[in-house]
Design a protein around this ligand. Sequence first.
Ligand SMILES: N[C@@H](CCC(=O)N[C@@H](CS)C(=O)NCC(=O)O)C(=O)O
Length: 196
Amino acid sequence: MKLHYSPASPYSTKARMAAHYAGVAVENVLTDTTSNPPDLIASNPLGKIPTLVLDDGRAIYDSSVITRFLDRESGGKLMPRNAEKRLDAEILEALCDGICDSLLAVVYEKRFHPPEKVHQPWIDRQWEKVSRGLDHLEAHLPKIGTRLHAGHFALAAMLRYIELRFEGEWQAGRPKLAKWPKKFEKHFPDYSLFKA
Ligand SMILES: N[C@@H](CCC(=O)N[C@@H](CS)C(=O)NCC(=O)O)C(=O)O
């Protein structure tokens, strides 16, 4: 199967790390969404990455559907079996993906508008969501037990992305969160392979 991805895309990083951890072999296809590549559009009308294309041609998106698919493919390596813990992992994944949605909204607002059309109140609104999300994570950092799950990969990918685009702008007042990537790397030494 093929995974359309870009190294900077946090949802792609999550999916790639999850596939690696789960031991599911995927061929990574570097994809630039801005040029609307026909093979991506043919697979995913939304033209977004990550998109996982199976050998029979079926395409899977978005990234949380991909992590659930990889979980089933690997016999449950990406989600806790316990229902309560699984729900916690799914909510963590949704929160981290949602923070990425807001970060991307800020990046795209600036990237796709001329400076005089950039709407600062919209950026401020997105930053409020990011700040609340980060504060929530600081207060409720997920434990890392014997196994990692999709929520951990979502958090690792989000922190990588926020540091890539907003370097040094998110750590103040969040010491535990700032240290989390180092902790994560002890459990997933290949984290450095997924740098943008
Ligand atoms: N909810 C989607 C979001 C995917 C997404 O927005 N990906 C970005 C790259 S990080 C993208 O493809 N942007 C191109 C576009 O929106 O046209 C997911 O979790 O997969």
